[in-house]
Structures are given as structure tokens and as C-alpha cells.
Design a binder for this molecule. Structure first.
Ligand SMILES: Cc1ncc(COP(=O)(O)O)c(C=O)c1O
Length: 408
């Protein structure tokens, strides 16, 4: 059953596959009860923005969900797809961009297409599954460095340089812009200072940074002033854009090569029209409504400052992603989550071993522009009470609240 599936019978429908119902917003319903939701990557609150809903509806009425049929290369090309690519490229200050029908599959194929057996990869140990799965396809050498550790990064670059000199290949460095679990940033600026010395290209997965970071929302590379130096920029529509799909942006020859080699795009259906037209609207809102990002950061700052003031360990986050680290095992974690949901009406996600070390519980909060300062105050109060109960051992007796499975 694997590490997640082994608990399927205990957690299905509650800890796994919970149903959040009602309109996507700060307040939704879980098992019929209202909850304050902190687990959606709806960073800018676009999921239910009236202009987004209107654009999605009008495009669905006009085109239906089927159009265009087939893969881009064969029969799935449209003007709207090309326009969205031009606008994304301009937004990211890149020459060219290409749409991806899922970020995950896209990233696997970006890595697969950029590399051949002679090339060498250097990557962060906490990389997202899509990066790791892309690397599974790579038969050349790879070197991993411990998360965001710049000494280890340079040490691995030295090995990579030697390996690439022997094989005659190039070096590709891969990092996330915003690391989706701990919320810290890839040190793009520092990494790029080594670019000339070791000769590499940098691919940044900025799934969580696109729309949230930087002066215009162009992402972590904008935040760190290195948009031009990042060779390949990847963003998804699944988070700030509150949609589905993704894109990759880079120099023209690289995008051309990707367009003709990414197997997950060549052999899969093009993004449906409502998603493309809807994404054009979302991008326009990101560009023209900086107040959405300002509101997001007001909530982020209030939440993170408030938690720190109450003595919570929220790690090194520099992004909206807000992890709250507590001490305890899986039994305690599940009871805390159940207490928060049932008695405080707060819905957040938990992360336990093996994603975090044994004995550590990570509650992950995603603030958005749809939240209010009252939501923040309510949550900090609830977390403070939960922390006291945890310290008093109130969660250490009951084990996992079972009998929640309704499927298996
Ligand atoms: C860092 C990172 N990369 C890639 C993805 C995949 O994006 P998508 O949901 O568009 O497949 C995600 C989303 O979970 C992510 O967090």
C-alpha cells in the first residue's frame, strides 16, 4: 500500500481525500460544518473572482470543454494558446514560452527534453516530486545537495564540472523558487554567482512564486533581481492563477527544442479553450490589480508575525507558505487536526514523517487574499490553545480517530 496507503482505512475522507464544499473562499464546509480554510493555494483569491468566473463561463459557452481536439502539434493549436504564450513570455521577460497541460507532467518532460546522457544535473534535496520524477528519466550523472545549503551546492557543482568535462555534456541546476513545503526561497542570486565559474544553466520551478513574489508578481526571480539570469522559468496555473495548466519560459531556441521534444505534451491533448481564455483573464488581473498581491501580503505578514509573537516555530519561510512546526508523532498530529476541525472550525493540512523528521508535526497554512485579519486572529488564538493542550499531553492518549473511512 505504500507510505500513504497504509493508513487508507483510518483516514479516508478525513485526513486523505477530504471533501471541501461550497464556493472556494476563506470559509467553506467540511462534513457539513463551516470551516475556516487554510489549505488552498488560491493565493490571490482569483478562484471566485467575478471577472474570472465570467471569463470561464463565457469561454465554456462559446467553445465547450472539448475544443481544441488533439495535441498541439497535431490538431490542438489555436490563436488563444499562442497569445497566452506571448503574454506569459512578456510577463517573465523571456523571449518565448510554451503552455503545458499539467505542471507536473510538463516538468517531467522539461527535464527529460533538456538533458541527454552526457549531461549532469545538480539539484536540491527537497525538490518537488515532479522534479524527482523527471530525473528518474535521466540516465546521466546527478548530484544532490542538502536543502538550500550553498556550501554543499558548490561542492556538488565541483563534482558536476568534473563529470561534465569527462562526458562532454553540460550542467543543469534545478531548484524551486519558493519551496512549497517549508516556504523558504531558492537562493537564486547566490547560486547564479557561481554560474560563470562552473558553467551551468538554471531551471527554476516557481509554482508557488509565480503571482505571489516580486514587484509585479513575476516570481522569485523578479524578487531576487535575476529574471534575466534564470535560463528556464517554470510556473503553474494551479496556484496563484486558480486554474489548471502551466508554462515554461526561456530563450527562443530552448522553447523551440522543448516544443518538439516534450513527450507529455506531444502525446497528450492540448489545454481546453476555457482554461486558456480563463488564464488570459487571470494573467490580466495579476498584471493590472497589484492590490490583490498587496492584500495577500497583508494577511501573510499578520499571520506570520502573530504566530512568531506567540512563540511558534514557523521555520525560515520568506513566502506566503506558512509551516507551523510542533513536536509530536502521527497520533498527536491526527488528533490536533481533528480538534482544529471539529472544535475550532479550522481546516489546515498536516505533514508528518517521512516529509518532516520523526517527532515533528508540520501544520501547513496557506494565507490568501481571500482571508481577513479576523481570520488570522481567530486562527492564532486556536493554535495557541492547541499548543497548550499539546504541552499538557491532551493529545497523547486517544490515537487516530478512526471509523472515518466510508470508501474502503
Ligand atoms: C513545486 C511544484 N512544482 C510543480 C507542481 C505541479 O503543478 P501542477 O499542479 O500544475 O501539476 C506543484 C504543484 O503541486 C508544485 O508545488
Amino acid at each position: 500500500m505504500g507510505p500513504l496507503g497504509q493508513f487508507a482505512d483510518l483516514g479516508y475522507g478525513y485526513f486523505y481525500f477530504p471533501k471541501l464544499e461550497g464556493d472556494i473562499s476563506n470559509r467553506m464546509y467540511f462534513r457539513g460544518k463551516p470551516v475556516l480554510v487554510w489549505s488552498l493555494n488560491n493565493y490571490l483569491g482569483l478562484a471566485n473572482h467575478p471577472e474570472v468566473r465570467k471569463a470561464d463561463t463565457e469561454a465554456s459557452e462559446k467553445y465547450g470543454l472539448a475544443y481544441p481536439m488533439g495535441a498541439r502539434m497535431m490538431s490542438g493549436q489555436t490563436d488563444a494558446h499562442l497569445q497566452l504564450e506571448r503574454e506569459l513570455a512578456a510577463f517573465e521577460h523571456k523571449e518565448s514560452a510554451y503552455l503545458l497541460n499539467y505542471g507536473y507532467m510538463g516538468m517531467v518532460s522539461i527535464i527529460d527534453s533538456l538533458l541527454d546522457r552526457h549531461d549532469v544535473v545538480v539539484y536540491d534535496s527537497e525538490s518537488h516530486a515532479c522534479i524527482l520524477d523527471g530525473l528518474r528519466l535521466h540516465i546521466g550523472k546527478r548530484f544532490v545537495y542538502s536543502h538550500n545549503n550553498m556550501e554543499r551546492f558548490e561542492a556538488q557543482l565541483k563534482h558536476a564540472r568534473k563529470a561534465a568535462d569527462l562526458s562532454g555534456g553540460g550542467i543543469l541546476v534545478i531548484t524551486e523558487g519558493v519551496f512549497g513545503m517549508p516556504g523558504d526561497l531558492g537562493n537564486l542570486k547566490e547560486m547564479l554567482q557561481l554560474k560563470e565559474k562552473y558553467g551551468f544553466r538554471l531551471l527554476v520551478d516557481d509554482a508557488h512564486g509565480f503571482g505571489t513574489m516580486g514587484k509585479t508578481g513575476a516570481g522569485t526571480s523578479e524578487e531576487q533581481g535575476v529574471m534575466d539570469e534564470v535560463d528556464v522559468y517554470f510556473g503553474t496555473f494551479a496556484k496563484s492563477m486558480a486554474g489548471i495548466g502551466a508554462f515554461v519560459a526561456s530563450e527562443k531556441p530552448i522553447i523551440k527544442a522543448l516544443t518538439f521534444n516534450m513527450r507529455s505534451q506531444i502525446f497528450a491533448k492540448s489545454l481546453p479553450m476555457p482554461m486558456v481564455v480563463g488564464s488570459l483573464k487571470r494573467l490580466e488581473l495579476i498584471r493590472t490589480h497589484p492590490e490583490l498581491r498587496e492584500k495577500l501580503w497583508t494577511i501573510v505578514n499578520a499571520l506570520q508575525k502573530g504566530l512568531r509573537e506567540k512563540g511558534f516555530n514557523i521555520g525560515n519561510t520568506q513566502s506566503p507558505v506558512t509551516p507551523v512546526f510542533l513536536n509530536g508523532g502521527p497520533g498527536e498530529a491526527t488528533q490536533i487536526i481533528a480538534d482544529l476541525r471539529e472544535n475550532y472550525g479550522i481546516f489546515c493540512s498536516m505533514v508528518i514523517y517521512p516529509v518532516v523528521p520523526k517527532g515533528v508535526i508540520m501544520l501547513r497554512l496557506i494565507p490568501t487574499a481571500a482571508h481577513t485579519l479576523e481570520d488570522v486572529a481567530e486562527t492564532i488564538q486556536a493554535f495557541t490553545e492547541v499548543k497548550i493542550k499539546l504541552g499538557e499531553g491532551k493529545y497523547s492518549t486517544g490515537g487516530i480517530p478512526g471509523a472515518m473511512a466510508d470508501k474502503f
